[in-house]
Design a protein around this ligand. Structure first.
Ligand code: PLP
Length: 361
C-alpha cells in the first residue's frame, strides 16, 4: 500500500491512524455484534458516541456552555440557507463581507430570504485582500454580519476577528476550523462542513450562541429549524451516523496531537514552507494574495508559464503529491494543508516545487 500526500481541498486527507481504526471497527464495533453503520442512532451505544464527539469538539475548540453544538447532515451550503431562515425576519437586512467565492455563495443562498447586503467585497480587486474593516458599510439594523474565515479557493484568511459591535458575527469556518485557537465568544454562529479539517464529507458542525435561538426567524419547516435540532440533540431525523463517528475519531486524534495550539504551529510551519518556495522562485511561481491575509490552509499559486500547469500536476502526482490542480474558478495550482497533512507533506511539496523550477525555469 502506498498512501501519497493528498493536497485535496475537500474531501481531504485524513490521518492514517483514524482510517485504520475505522477499518478495524468496520465489521464489528465495540462488541455490539454489528458495524456502527448498522445500529440505530437512538441506541445507547451510538448516543454515547454522539455525546463523546460533542464533548471532544467542545474541548478541542473551547466552546463555552452558552453555545449549542449541532451535527447536521449535509454540508456548509445548506447552513448558508438556514442562517437567514433562523436568524433574520423575512426581508430583514443582513450584512455580508465577501472575500472570495464562498462569501458569494453565502449571499446567493441568503438572497431568497433576506435583504443580503454586501457590506464589503474584494471582488473588484480580484479577491487579493480583505477590505479594511473601517471601510465596511455595516447596517445598524442588520440581523447579523457574515464572513468567511478562510476562503478555500482564493486562499484568503481573516487573521483577526473583526469588531462588528453588537450585531452577531456569523463565520463560515469550513476550511480552517480547529487549525488554531479561536475565541468562540466573539461569534454568534460558527459553522463548518466537516470534509476538510474535521473528517468526512456529509456532516456539518454548527455552533450557535444560545440567545440567538430565541429569534423568531422566518416561517420554516421543523427540519430547517435550528431550535428543533438543538432540542433533539441533532437527532430530529436519522443523522449521518458513520460520518459523525468518523468526525469523533478525528476529534480524538486532534486532541492527542496537542489540540489547536499544536495545529496552529504546524499550519504556520507548513504554509511557510510553501510560501517560501513561491516567493523565493524569482517569479517562476506567484501567489497574488496580500501577505497579511494569506491562508495557512489553502495556497493557490500560478506558474509564470501557464502552459506548464498540466506538467506540474502530472509530475507532482507521479511524485506522490496528489490533487494539486487549482480550482477551475481561478486555475493554476492549489495546495491544501489541513490538519491531517503532516509537515513532511509540505516539505515534499516545497522540494518538488524547487526541483520542478530547476528543470523548467
Ligand atoms: C469555505 C467554504 N464554505 C462553504 C463550502 C461549501 O461546502 P459544502 O460543499 O459542504 O456545501 C466550501 C466547500 O468547499 C468551503 O470551502
Amino acid at each position: 500500500m502506498t498512501r501519497a500526500f493528498n493536497f485535496s481541498a475537500g474531501p481531504a486527507t485524513l490521518p492514517e491512524q483514524v482510517l485504520r481504526q475505522a477499518q478495524e471497527e468496520m465489521l464489528e464495533w465495540n462488541g455490539v455484534g454489528a458495524s456502527i453503520v448498522e445500529i440505530s442512532h437512538r441506541s445507547a451505544d451510538f448516543m454515547a458516541v454522539a455525546a463523546q464527539a460533542e464533548a471532544d469538539l467542545r474541548r478541542l475548540i473551547g466552546i463555552p456552555d452558552d453555545y449549542a453544538v449541532l451535527f447536521l447532515g449535509g454540508g456548509a451550503t445548506t447552513q448558508q440557507a438556514l442562517l437567514p431562515l433562523n436568524f433574520a425576519e423575512p426581508g430583514q437586512r443582513a450584512d455580508y463581507v465577501v472575500s472570495g467565492h464562498w462569501g458569494k455563495t453565502a449571499v446567493k443562498q441568503a438572497q431568497p430570504y433576506v435583504d443580503a447586503h454586501i457590506a464589503a467585497s474584494g471582488e473588484a480587486d480580484g479577491f487579493h485582500d480583505i477590505p479594511a474593516v473601517a471601510q465596511w458599510q455595516l447596517s445598524k439594523d442588520a440581523a447579523y454580519v457574515h464572513i468567511t474565515a478562510n476562503e478555500t479557493i482564493h486562499g484568503i484568511e481573516f487573521r483577526d476577528v473583526p469588531d462588528v459591535g453588537n450585531v452577531p458575527l456569523i463565520a463560515d469556518f469550513s476550511s480552517s476550523i480547529a487549525s488554531e485557537p479561536i475565541d468562540v465568544s466573539r461569534y454568534g454562529v460558527i459553522y463548518a462542513g466537516a470534509q476538510k479539517n474535521l473528517g468526512p464529507v456529509g456532516i456539518a458542525v454548527v455552533i450557535i450562541r444560545r440567545d440567538l435561538l430565541e429569534r423568531a426567524g422566518q416561517p420554516r419547516a421543523d427540519i430547517f429549524d435550528y431550535r428543533s435540532h438543538v432540542a433533539r440533540d441533532s437527532m430530529l431525523n436519522t443523522p449521518p451516523t458513520w460520518n459523525w463517528y468518523l468526525a469523533g475519531l478525528m476529534f480524538k486524534w486532534m486532541l492527542a496531537q496537542g489540540g489547536v495550539e499544536a495545529f496552529a504551529k504546524l499550519s504556520q510551519a507548513k504554509s511557510a514552507l510553501v510560501y517560501e518556495a513561491i516567493d523565493g522562485s524569482g517569479g517562476f511561481y506567484r501567489n497574488d494574495v496580500v501577505p497579511a491575509v494569506r491562508s495557512r490552509m489553502n495556497i493557490p499559486f500560478f506558474l509564470a508559464d501557464d502552459a506548464l500547469n498540466a506538467r506540474f500536476v502530472s509530475e507532482s502526482k507521479a511524485a506522490g503529491l496528489l490533487a494539486l490542480k487549482g480550482h477551475k474558478a481561478v486555475g493554476g495550482i492549489r495546495a491544501s494543508l489541513y490538519n491531517a497533512m503532516p509537515l513532511a507533506g509540505a516539505q515534499a511539496l516545497a522540494a518538488f516545487m524547487r526541483d520542478f523550477q530547476q528543470r523548467n525555469g
